[in-house]
Design a protein around this ligand. Sequence first.
Ligand SMILES: C[S@@+](CC[C@H](N)C(=O)[O-])C[C@H]1O[C@@H](n2cnc3c(N)ncnc32)[C@H](O)[C@@H]1O
Length: 280
Amino acid sequence: MKRLLRGIFYAFGPRARRVVRRLAYAPVDLFLVFRHGGRPTYNGLPLPLPGEIFTGGGDFLENGLIFKEHFQKLGALKPQESVLDIGSGLGRMAIPLTDFLVAPAEYHGFDVVASAVADCQGRITSRFPHFHFRHVSLVNDLYTLEGASADHFVFPYADDQFDFAWATSVFTHMERAEVQNYLREARRVLKPGGRFLATFFLTDYEALSSARGGAYEFSVQRGEDWYMSWEVKGANVGFTPKNVQQWAREAGWSEARIYFGRWSGRSGETTDFQDIVVFS
Ligand SMILES: C[S@@+](CC[C@H](N)C(=O)[O-])C[C@H]1O[C@@H](n2cnc3c(N)ncnc32)[C@H](O)[C@@H]1O
């Protein structure tokens, strides 16, 4: 059922999808605003309402807080470090970090959806000027149909600018040449000793078999990569762990440590929903 609804949803274009979502969630949003006497907040910042959240399911604030912990435990993030948020969306990672990252350390985020960037600038930068958001015009068939290809995109930041970077639920919507480029670019903008945490759907044999028949079944194969929808390629994309580790080596990373997630229903220890890879 979940897969059928997802298929219907993907038949709309990216902008129309966001409108459909807002309409479908209007009663929930109204109820929340009524119950809280306004929007729920964190550290004085208003949070987006469920109908506005086009960046994935689950509890927006809770997920952000969980990743704040992952960044510290798995990525050794410290309050004085400068960070880069690749695909910053609606600020799910940025908002919980507003009471952690201390100026002059800087947060920089970029995203392909202009309205999301404007929203973060309005809600977050206005209160925390060391948080910067930037729109980049790149195409991604799940999020925007306008812009250049991301596979040769040069991040608009200097070499060695950051201590820590992340891409949460972003490479799960990008194709292999784009991810390979982003691994190289992340390496370039991080200082020596920098760490990069990214989430993936790692489609090894065990994950593909465990996910079969469920909401996260990858049914379309192209080469060694897996897609959930052929019509909307960015819908969800899976790569083998072996390929990701190989691309990491090619991009100059000496380590790519994998923490498997529970999305596929695989057995054994898991850390989060998606698989996490920490490049160092
Ligand atoms: C599932 S959302 C996750 C957003 C955010 N990282 C989070 O964890 O809440 C994926 C985000 O990646 C952005 N995105 C897609 N392709 C991108 C690209 N080539 N470069 C940067 N951001 C991209 C989308 O616009 C969207 O905001």
